[in-house]
Design a protein around this ligand. Structure first.
Ligand code: ADP
Ligand code: MG
Length: 493
């Protein structure tokens, strides 16, 4: 069990103070049904239509754990090299709120299903940090209070009540806002890669509470922390933490004490402000839920999840570099999400040995077109198989790499497959030496002065003639053949 914590990097200190951050990330597990009921988890339905009897806390109903949620928690645990508890315990976290009809949230407290993992996180500057993850536990989400649509009243929507969450708790081992955000991104990539969470931050499927404290740089005792609740964008997390670090340093330098409290981030003012005093664990009167026996996970359960585990992002990145010979930067970008890496591999499967070509197109033309159209790669208008056909034509010499870009653009707007566009637009490269020779002859006849110059020793003019022939053939001359034939003819047969 790696509990060794990282030493803060010296550059993370701010005028004698050391910021310390720990994140609690809530990832909604992408299951069909809820954690303890058969109701649907689909987002965006009419209020209170996805609510089972358990979710509305009808007396006498009993929760039944969702197997798929457990398997996804195990999958995440294995991916971060954590211990999977053979018996974990569901506990009641008691508090009153209108969107929590039972009066308690079912969570895990003393015995979480996943404990003691680590995640390697690549920072923007290329450094890699090992972030210790204390635990990841299963819990149910609460409902939603709707304040806007009602005057002088609050609506309650229980569609979200009981949705399965995995709460992923880091140790306080992040030492700057940048490190915290890089870690949050890495977790986001991983949960989507594993298929355990869709990562949709607008819909609240991936959100984070940031715990922030500062201490004198020389001290190794943690300072008092505040917790910034429910920030749902990477940029806001970074801004909120930066603000909070500065606020705490200023307060401490003024001789004030930091109050342990929950704060809210206001994205319009880029400030955090107090929301409520921080509860301590004993305020929640946690106790094991008598309705639920300990959650048992056998070695066979773990083996089954392991067997279905996809290759992990870091392993794939290393394979792209070592086995496919891709530059590190390409490998890193391709593995930024699994859909991109899978797309690349599907192209490569049809073009063995052309990893660099497939990577260039995936990260170049395809990425740019997706960006423009605000689409994700699984919705690409040119699927991997279609791109593979296009690149095959380039490799066969049917079209040049330059013309391929025009063909791609036409494919993107729906003109048809690569072959159809090449055919329809008459883009086939001219490899017929008769046709090429005719084009060259015509150009030489048109520019007698330049021809004489060339023959008199001005060999730089070769490029001029190449350009003219290309122009005459609308870019369709096969470049190698053109070069060979042109050289011959320029020499005077
Ligand atoms: P609670 O359950 O009360 O929220 P935990 O001890 O479980 O508290 O910690 C929650 C999160 O807060 C963890 O991510 C942890 O790393 C972080 N944390 C705890 N103490 C500090 C601190 N002094 N400074 C920064 N982060 C902290
Ligand atoms: Mg907490």
């Amino acid at each position: 069990m790696s509990t060794a914590s990282r030493i803060p990097p010296p550059e993370s200190q701010l005028s004698g103070w050391q910021p310390v951050i720990g994140l609690e990330i809530h990832a909604q597990l992408s299951t069909q049904s809820k954690l303890f009921s058969g109701a649907s988890t689909a987002y965006g339905a009419e209020p209170n239509t996805h609510t089972g009897l358990v979710d509305i806390a009808l007396p006498g109903t009993l929760p039944v754990p969702n197997r798929a949620a457990l398997d996804k928690a195990i999958r995440f645990g294995l991916a971060i090299g954590a211990r999977i508890a053979p018996h974990s315990v569901f506990a009641r976290k008691n508090y009153f709120y209108p969107d929590l009809p039972k009066g308690y949230q079912i969570s895990q407290y003393e015995l979480p299903v996943v404990a003691d993992g680590t995640l390697a996180v690549r920072l923007d500057d290329g450094r890699v940090i090992e972030v210790a993850i204390e635990r990841a536990h299963l819990e149910e989400d609460a409902g939603k209070s709707l304040h806007e649509e009602f005057h002088g009243a609050t609506g309650i929507d229980l569609n979200r009540a009981g949705t399965p969450l995995l709460e992923i708790v880091s140790k306080p081992v992040l030492y700057s806002a940048a490190e915290a955000v890089a870690y949050m991104r890495a977790v986001h990539t991983l949960v989507r890669w594993l298929g355990v969470c869709d990562g949709n931050m607008q819909e609240g499927s991936f959100r984070c509470d940031a715990n922030v404290s500062v201490r004198p740089a020389a001290s190794d005792k943690l300072g008092t922390r505040t917790e910034i609740k429910n920030v749902n964008s990477f940029r806001f997390v970074e801004k909120a933490i930066e603000y909070e670090i500065e606020r705490q340093i200023r307060a401490l330098e003024n001789g004030e004490k930091i109050v342990q409290e929950t704060r809210l981030y206001d994205p319009t003012r880029h400030q955090t402000r107090p929301m409520r005093g921080k509860e301590n664990a004993n305020d929640y009167r946690y106790f094991p839920d008598p309705d639920l026996p300990p959650l048992a996970v056998t070695a066979d359960d773990i083996a089954a999840v392991k067997a279905a585990m996809p290759e992990l992002p870091e392993a794939r990145r290393v394979r792209y570099i070592d086995a496919l010979g891709l530059p590190e930067i390409d490998a890193t970008q391709l593995c930024a999400d699994r859909a991109t890496a899978d797309y690349f591999e599907a192209v490569l499967a049809a073009l063995p040995g052309e990893a660099k070509l497939a990577a260039n197109w995936t990260l170049g033309e395809v990425s740019a077109a997706l960006n423009d159209a605000a689409l994700t790669i699984d919705a690409s208008r040119v699927p991997a198989s279609a791109l593979a056909q296009l690149l095959t034509r380039v490799r066969e010499g049917v079209i040049s790499g330059k013309i391929a870009k025009d063909v791609f653009a036409a494919m993107w707007t729906g003109e048809g497959s690569a072959d159809e566009v090449i055919e329809k637009r008459g883009l086939k490269q001219i490899s017929d030496s008769g046709a090429l020779a005719a084009a060259i002859d015509a150009v030489l006849a048109e520019y007698p002065t330049q021809l004489a110059d060339f023959r008199g020793g001005n060999e730089k003019l070769l490029q001029f003639f190449v350009g003219q022939v290309m122009k005459r053939t609308r870019g369709q001359a096969n470049p190698q053949q053109l070069n060979a034939l042109l050289r011959e003819k320029l020499k005077g047969e």
